[in-house]
Design a protein around this ligand. Structure first.
Ligand SMILES: Nc1ncnc2c1ncn2[C@@H]1O[C@H](COP(=O)(O)OP(=O)(O)O)[C@@H](O)[C@H]1O
Ligand SMILES: [Mg+2]
Length: 290
């Protein structure tokens, strides 16, 4: 895995209308290779950030690049590198899967129809089937196959798991992980629930309302975060944020190297890491100032 950044944002701020700051000055550099989870609550700005990378939203301030290219300056080059699956992707009801593949080839002559077909075949989704008769999970798989068929080296997937049942989620992540590993691609997928993506992801970006609260590898995040229960001594300056535990107790997320952790602290799960950072960055949606 190279460390060359492939998705970057530089002081990126985005305002909709007069007052809604969706993003408030984001600096981010995601290295090439592997899967990054972009996790944050509803209205955090996940879709806005992803759409900015594909040039569908224009920054109010700052800029973004994809493999060094600014989509505002050269959107077609960026679109040639990226497979993008929007939130709630819409297949055409009246068309079969095969029709969708034909359409993909029409839009993008280098579209690898055979590869997309093979992926669907492995999942037992017949290409002759009408899009309307597919389950939510199958529709998500078709959308993913359409993105993978572009053979793009960068995949941007906006909440691809939101409408899937647990088994379909697992299957989707399995297909994605396999494709990313075998092709050496870079994928970014957003979710509002970290447990959904935990097993599949190499890196984690936590987005609060309009700002980055954490960007780390999953393994480093797990190795350096701890939980203190109420009354436990938390080392000065190490507390990130506090939130309510399952039985109403107050839990505090602490960031510290493993070597200096006292007996009162226990390792935090990835979900607890996210909760701690979200608690630290709690802002009223839409009222964040850039
Ligand atoms: N086209 C738009 N016009 C006005 N406000 C928008 C638009 N798109 C998003 N927003 C607002 O920007 C904020 C971030 O939205 P979004 O990027 O969709 O967040 P997420 O994907 O994390 O749920 C929200 O407050 C949302 O209401
Ligand atoms: Mg969204």
């Amino acid at each position: 895995m190279s460390t060359e950044p492939i998705l970057e944002a530089h002081d990126l701020a985005k305002r909709y209308g007069r007052r809604t700051w969706a993003l408030t000055g984001i600096d981010l550099a995601i290295p090439q290779g592997g899967i990054t989870a972009l996790v944050g609550p509803n209205a955090a700005g996940k879709s806005t950030l992803i759409k900015t990378w594909v040039g569908f939203e224009r920054p109010t301030r700052g800029n973004v690049t994809v493999a060094g290219i600014d989509p505002q300056k050269d959107r077609s080059s960026v679109l040639g590198l990226v497979g993008y699956v929007p939130q709630s992707p819409s297949l055409y009801d009246g068309l079969s899967i095969e029709d969708h593949l034909d359409l993909a080839v029409l839009l993008r002559p280098e579209f690898d129809r055979a590869y997309a077909l093979r992926r669907l075949d492995q999942l037992g989704i017949p290409a002759g089937q009408g899009a309307k008769s597919l389950s939510g999970g199958q529709q998500a798989q078709v959308a993913l196959a359409l993105a993978l068929g572009t053979r793009a080296s960068i995949l941007l997937l906006d909440e691809p798991l939101a409408s899937l049942d647990p088994l379909a989620r697992r299957e989707f992540l399995h297909v994605l992980t396999d494709a990313v590993r075998s092709e050496g691609a870079t994928a970014l997928l957003s979710s509002h629930i970290v447990t959904d993506v935990e097993q599949a992801c190499d890196r984690l970006v936590v987005l609060g309302v309009g700002k980055i609260l954490l960007h780390d590898t999953v393994s480093d995040a797990l190795a350096t975060h701890w939980l203190a229960t109420e009354g436990a001594a938390t080392p000065a300056g190490a507390a990130i944020g506090s939130f309510g535990g399952p039985s109403g107790e107050r839990l505090t997320l602490v960031r510290q190297p493993a070597s200096s952790v006292g007996p009162d602290l226990r390792p935090a799960s990835l979900e607890e890491v996210v909760l701690g950072y979200l608690a630290s960055g709690r802002v009223v949606p839409g009222e964040a100032a850039a």
